[in-house]
Design a protein around this ligand. Structure first.
Ligand SMILES: Cc1cc2nc3c(=O)[nH]c(=O)nc-3n(C[C@H](O)[C@H](O)[C@H](O)COP(=O)(O)O)c2cc1C
Length: 416
């Protein structure tokens, strides 16, 4: 486990203590880490494929608000690296075949987020077979789809497995997007290897049965992720550029796809080879409200997460860890940093309701995040997106601690 030298050196609230990232040498001003959240606030034209994925005023304003809220590190929502493979309409896109998305348009976003001293990382993502909406994106996969899953009943033709040439193009697409963000003044990038997107589809044996260099052994299944890290390091020789990777333990919980202790250690060691500053871990049992129920599956999930987190952090000597998942109370956040489980506390949904929660906790004005009375995880996700849009528009975000607001949200909510 990496030794966090700064955690106990300052006195005062541990959450407000700065931390120096081990490889880039950059300093995060405190322990609050704003997790990636898809904003869907960039341009999206149905007719003009080129007019997609460009930052808007709303997107820029959202990051200014998060910067003002005090988080030490801000990770953007997932940015797509190929324009025909998106997670949702309105995603930011930086793609080789979309040269209009230049560094300048992302530069204003970086500047807005960094004005009060936060670090900003752009989260790079490819959804792989999860690309949506159907009909807009092409359909590709690493090798096969999971036996059950969102495409299990689809009438669409099955996606096509990637050729080696396509894999190389994908690596180049990630590297290109990282380079644009570097030129735009971002402090670094995070690779989104969570929630079943493309990197996970390579890592997991449930979706990767390739027989070539990218499948079979665990080392082979890691190859794509590591090649992207290597490509970014080569294209951006500046050692102060921050690299982060996000993994979600729930992606690997099925017996067929689970990480063994040896595999978790292997991936941890490899992250250090490529000087990854921060590994973000999600997937604890407390990620969503339903996970709080004391059911057998939740017990298994939690113990899997704990083991996964322990195995992977045991192999880290320098890379720091961010822990996220339903963190609401400052006491719990302090416990995570004090116990050494994480150097950062990752917050997502609570920041949609209160983007300034980090500042409020550090100034002693808050000890707990506002309650969220939306009853299901799916609707909490949707409610959070509504809040992000409202913040971007500079209007008041709905307060889901209020039952009447929740009732009217549940009566009118529409998936976007
Ligand atoms: C509205 C919303 C959008 C999200 N989008 C992303 C995303 O783009 N990339 C990602 O890695 N995780 C995404 N997540 C997951 C969060 O980063 C985080 O891992 C998860 O919500 C758990 O944190 P929380 O309990 O503080 O919400 C999203 C979550 C929400 C609520």
């Amino acid at each position: 486990m990496p030794v966090d030298m700064t955690a106990h050196a300052h006195g005062g609230d541990i959450l407000s203590q700065p931390v120096q990232l081990p490889y880039s040498g950059k300093t995060a001003k405190n322990r609050f880490w704003k997790c990636a959240m898809t904003e869907r606030l960039c341009t999206f034209s149905e007719m003009d494929e080129v007019d997609r994925g460009r930052p808007t005023k709303q997107y820029e304003h959202l990051y200014e608000v998060f910067g003002n809220g005090g988080a030490g590190v801000i990770v953007t929502g997932n940015i797509m690296v190929q324009r025909r493979f998106i997670e949702a309409k309105g995603n930011a896109i930086i793609a080789l075949d979309l040269q209009s998305n230049d560094a300048a348009s992302f530069g204003v976003v970086a500047e807005a987020a960094k004005r009060t001293g936060s670090l900003i990382l752009g989260q790079l993502c490819h959804p792989g077979y999860q690309a949506s909406p159907p009909g807009l994106s092409e359909r590709i996969c690493v090798s096969r789809l999971p036996a059950s899953g969102k495409d299990g009943d689809s009438a669409d033709p099955p996606p096509t497995p990637l050729t080696i040439q396509q894999i190389e193009e994908l690596r180049d697409a990630f590297v290109y997007a990282a380079r644009i963000l570097y030129d735009a003044g971002f402090d670094g990038v995070q690779l989104h290897a969570a929630y079943g997107h493309l990197f996970t589809q390579f890592l997991s044996a449930a979706t990767n049965s390739r027989q070539d260099l990218y499948g079979g052994s665990f080392e082979n299944r890691c190859r794509f992720l590591l090649q992207v890290l290597q490509g970014i390091r080569e294209a951006i020789p500046d050692p102060t550029f921050v690299l982060s990777v996000k993994l979600n333990s729930s992606d690997f919980i099925q017996p067929e796809s689970g990480f063994s202790a040896v595999e978790a250690r292997y991936i941890g060691q490899q992250l250090e080879v490529f000087r990854v500053d921060v590994l973000e871990l999600s997937g604890g049992a407390y990620e969503f409200p339903s996970a709080l129920k004391p059911t057998e599956i939740n017990r298994q999930r939690h113990s899997y997460y704990e083991r996964f987190a322990e195995d992977i952090t045991a192999s880290l000597t320098r890379t720091l860890v961010t822990v996220n998942g339903a963190l609401r109370s400052a006491a719990r956040m302090r416990q995570i940093v004090e116990s050494g489980k994480g150097s950062f506390v990752g917050l997502a949904r609570v920041l949609c309701a209160e983007p300034d929660l980090p500042n409020r906790i550090m100034s002693g004005k808050a000890e707990d995040a506002k309650d969220n009375k939306i009853p299901s995880a799916g609707y909490q996700f949707l409610g959070a997106i509504y809040q992000l849009c409202a913040i971007g528009e500079d209007t008041e975000a709905s307060d889901y601690s209020d039952e009447r607001t929740v009732d009217s949200f549940m009566a009118t909510a529409k998936w976007i």
